[in-house]
Design a binder for this molecule. Structure first.
Ligand code: LLP
Length: 428
């Protein structure tokens, strides 16, 4: 089987791979390689599809910035009416800078610092999702110091296995996230007692790249149970934040449709009269982006041909980190498919983990050819690094036949400029 990019926004016009209506070789000629490319139509379609599935529910969609925090991407979602889920002061600043209203921002994360909490309170965000009882004390003190009341939700760990990759599973009792479900009532009571805190409800996020709604049904069911327990004890519970996690197709997976996910939401928590917050990341941006690279060399490996491309694990870490599969397709597709061959596709970095694909079927590639990695819109650029002093790749956004560079290419000088040599070094 040969790969295909699982998105209608990256398809062939004749033999040339396009982003929407723009031939990718044209972008490469102007921007150089490697580069990330996002489709505005793709972002918009996924957002609208989620919105449609949630119709009738009192829902706020808070896009999880961690999936892709480029200003242009956030601004596109802001224009569609999205809020934001942020997990650091940096992401909070990015959300505000791109035009997300503070009143639609929720702040999640297991290790918020005093400064980040203070920034959140100063900015007047919608709510802080608190992940421990110690954090409640800190938020209370910070709110008292700032003379405000902090609206908080308690993130509960439901002890449900999301049946996804171990490293992105977050709702089992051994995972570091949230407050153990058995502590919900005492923790909520503590939040209600502490000065300058207004407990608004509960939050949950059980993992990422879920391919089945059953874990959601189990987790949201447990959440609903806790709402009843809290209400029976006289607490007000106005809001439920259900996190993100809906999976996407990388290869041949069939992720839940937003409608199926929404049906589970309706069935489990729909009747509680709570406002609902959603924190989708990957399902909104994952298939609206690709990474484009150029072939540097093709050599005979010990087992099969190896194509060395100019993107590496510093640009797209997911294969090295999670053994993730990303489709790889040629930018120019030969008409005949019978002479396609199996080859490995690797980056230039000096470790064997810098391998994108083993035994992938591709047309015979030659130096200079362009290839695209599919499903790279989420957790691609945001996870890039400058390992091997390779500056992070630029990013472009396409709409129709237009494109804009939305993150400039950096240079080695940019990296060096941030460092300095102490004047006492070498002066002996
Ligand atoms: N909300 C919270 C509290 C989260 O921790 C996450 C993701 C999300 C929302 C968004 O989840 P999504 O809808 O994107 O699945 N780097 C990994 C994924 C890490 C996800 C971390 N948390 C990867 O490349 O697969």
């Amino acid at each position: 089987m040969t790969d295909r990019v699982p998105s209608p926004d990256f398809s062939y016009a004749g033999e040339t791979l396009c982003a929407e209506r723009l031939p990718l070789p044209d972008v490469a000629a102007e921007v150089g390689t490697p580069f990330y490319c996002y489709s505005l139509a793709g972002l918009t379609r996924s957002y609208r599809a989620l919105e449609a599935a949630l119709t009738g529910l009192p829902a706020t969609v808070c896009y999880a910035l961690k999936a892709n925090s480029n200003q242009a991407v956030i601004a596109a979602f802001a224009q569609l009416g999205a809020g934001a889920d942020v997990v650091s002061g940096g992401e909070l600043r990015r959300a505000l800078a791109a035009g997300i209203p503070a009143g639609r921002i929720v702040f999640s994360g297991v290790g918020k610092t005093r400064d980040e909490i203070a920034l959140a309170l100063r900015s007047g965000i919608r709510q802080i999702n608190v992940e421990s009882e110690a954090e409640l004390d800190l938020v209370s003190a910070a709110a008292a110091g700032a003379g405000v009341t902090a609206r908080v939700s308690l993130r509960i760990n439901p002890d449900v296995d999301a049946r996804t990759h171990d490293k992105i599973s977050t709702g089992r009792k051994q995972d570091k996230f949230g407050i153990a479900i058995g502590r919900t009532l005492p923790a909520y009571a503590r939040a209600a007692d502490l000065p300058n805190l207004a407990p608004a409800g509960l939050a949950m996020h059980i993992g990422s790249q879920l391919l089945d709604v059953a874990p959601y049904r189990a987790a949201f069911g447990r959440l609903a149970e806790q709402v009843r327990v809290l209400r029976a004890a006289g607490h007000e519970v106005k809001s439920l934040d259900l996190g993100g996690g809906v999976g996407i197709t990388y290869r041949d997976e069939t992720p839940p449709r937003f409608e199926d996910y929404a049906a589970v939401v309706r069935e489990t928590v729909g009747g509680l009269g709570c406002e609902l917050v959603f924190e989708p990341g990957r399902s909104l941006v994952g298939n609206a982006g690709i990474l484009v690279a150029r072939v540097l060399y093709v050599k005979d490996g010990g087992i099969r041909p190896i194509a060395v491309v100019d993107a590496a694990m510093n640009d797209l870490a997911r294969p090295a980190m999670y053994d993730a599969y990303h489709a790889i397709v040629p930018a120019i597709r030969p008409q005949k498919s019978q002479d396609w061959v199996e080859m490995d596709v690797v980056g230039p970095i000096c470790e064997s983990g810098d391998t994108f694909a083993v035994a992938r079927r591709l047309p015979p590639l030659a130096p200079g050819d362009l290839v695209a990695f599919g499903s790279a819109g989420a957790y691609g650029s945001v996870m890039s690094s400058a390992y091997n002093s390779r500056p992070p790749a630029p990013e472009v956004m396409v709409s129709g036949e237009r494109f804009a560079v939305v993150r400039a290419r950096q240079t080695a000088d940019d990296l060096i400029r941030q460092e300095s040599v102490p004047d006492w070094l070498g002066s002996a």
